[in-house]
Write a protein of this length. Structure first.
Length: 471
């Protein structure tokens, strides 16, 4: 997150992007009330008529939700990444998609109905012994900018990505031309069989404060569960890159632990966000050098902070959870169907529109529009994870991203136009295309996107059953 998006009492922050109208969904949010930003009304920002309210229905029932965990006092940012395939080099046009194809296994789900989404009639899975985690197939996704960065004479020294002649010294600079070499987190890619993600520093920031984690595992019944987590560090906070990385890794690890044991995916998502919050909070207790700060009265001021958004495709359900303004979008394979935004921002503008105090145009033109009202961090307000369960009746892809992407494709139909039509078959390539779209738009912020294909399973024929009548 490239600007200070967290409001402070009496000092509203300036927005780092132009106000643009949006259509937040109105999900069944779990968590209770939350503290609001300066000047924002109390209460959840649910608004009737959002993308999910007319064309989408929530899965039902949802598991009971435990009490929320209180946090500290302040608003947030984003970032995160776990298990990424790192690569370096950073030239403005270099990460444009190069036609690389990512293989993709699609996640089963849902039964068909006359509506795009129908209520699920699925109870939480019982707790059973977990089978061994599936080993996801990985493929190193080469970063075209890293071409030529070879080692010298087996000594591990790398060739400069700029001049291709000098070698890189221990300080990260070329001995020949003096060019600073890109860092590992400047550009990261990872592809598994059923999900892929790409993160890029963008064109305006000196480091990448986003992070992601993608993974897959197996439920007790043997069916797959696919996970995508994206986090965005709050740039105005201290160590935002550490916050996003800790949140993404922790959430992913907890999901890989509890899903195989039979925890309902929606409950698992909530537990993962709470665990991620605890991990980010702990960064305020220790300095980067490991020094304890338990007795420092200033430790919660400007503490490390980030936003989080995640998606799970498991058991025919699509679970989305978030805190902050990172988003998830649904794009059907058949572009004749409607795309939709599956999350609602924790932001000042969203609350003002929801309360009927401003129109979308007015709210997003205000300098406080993108001040976030929810985040992970020791100085956040009361933690209020949002989780929603959907049951799609048609195949599509879920786009999980930071504002570095959605600033350039905010409306669902804009996201649908930006992502390739074969996204379900080529998730890595599609993530690369979306990153390139943001870079072409200016690349003002770090950019992170995960693409998770979602396939609807065909009914399994019963033994002895004849063919279905055709008319």
């Amino acid at each position: 997150m490239g600007a200070d998006l967290r409001p402070r009492t009496g000092h509203p922050q300036e927005a780092d992007r132009a106000g643009v109208g949006q259509q937040p969904v109105s999900p069944d949010r779990h968590g209770g009330s939350r503290s609001s930003a300066a000047g924002a009304p109390d209460g959840p920002p649910g608004r009737p008529g959002g993308p999910a309210s007319g064309d989408f229905e929530l899965a039902d029932p949802t598991p009971p939700e435990p009490g929320r965990q209180p946090s500290a006092h302040r608003p947030s940012g984003e970032q995160g990444s776990s298990g990424e395939q790192g690569s370096s080099g950073h030239q403005p046009s270099a990460h444009r998609p190069s036609g690389e194809q990512g293989s993709s296994g699609q996640q089963s789900s849902g039964q068909q109905s006359s509506e795009p989404w129908e209520p699920a009639r699925q109870e939480p899975a019982p707790h059973r012994a977990a089978p061994g985690d599936s080993a996801p197939r990985e493929r190193a996704a080469a970063d075209p900018r890293a071409a030529g960065a070879v080692s010298r004479g087996g000594g591990g020294e790398k060739v400069c990505v700029a001049c291709r002649a000098g070698y890189v010294d221990t300080d990260g600079y070329c001995e020949n031309c003096g060019h600073a070499q890109p860092r590992e987190r400047d550009h990261m890619e990872r592809e598994l069989e059923a999900v892929a993600a790409v993160s890029d520093r963008g064109l305006r920031h000196h480091r990448n404060e986003d992070a992601f984690a993608v993974s897959s595992t197996v439920l007790p019944d043997g069916s797959p569960a696919v996970v995508a987590i994206v986090c965005d560090g709050v740039s105005s906070a201290t160590r935002p890159d550490e916050a996003s990385l800790a949140a993404a890794n922790t959430a992913n690890e907890l999901l890989l632990e509890v899903l195989p044991r039979g925890t309902h995916p929606q409950q698992a998502m909530r537990e993962a966000i709470v665990a991620a919050s605890t991990a980010v909070n702990s960064l305020a207790v220790h300095t980067p050098h490991g020094d304890a700060m338990d007795h420092d009265p200033q430790r919660h001021q400007n503490a490390p902070a980030c936003t989080i958004v995640g998606a799970i495709a498991a058991g025919g359900l699509l679970i989305v959870g978030w805190v902050g303004d990172s988003r998830a979008y649904w794009v059907p394979d058949d572009r004749g169907g409607p795309a939709a935004r599956l999350t609602e921002d924790d932001s000042w503008a969203a609350q003002m529109v929801a309360a009927g105090l401003m129109s979308e145009e007015e709210a997003y033109a205000d300098e406080r529009a993108h001040a976030i009202t929810g985040w992970l961090g020791a100085d956040s307000y009361e933690l209020d994870p949002h989780t929603v369960a959907y049951k799609p009746d048609r195949p599509g892809v879920v786009v999980v991203c930071t504002d570095g992407l959605w600033n350039y494709a905010e409306a669902p139909d804009e996201m649908a136009r930006a992502i390739p039509a074969d996204a379900a078959a080529r998730p890595l390539h599609s993530a690369q295309v979306l990153v390139g779209h943001a870079l072409d738009g200016g690349g003002h912020d770090n950019i992170t996107v995960a693409v998770l294909p979602f396939a609807v399973p065909q009914p399994v024929p019963q033994p002895g059953a004849g063919p279905a009548p055709t008319g």
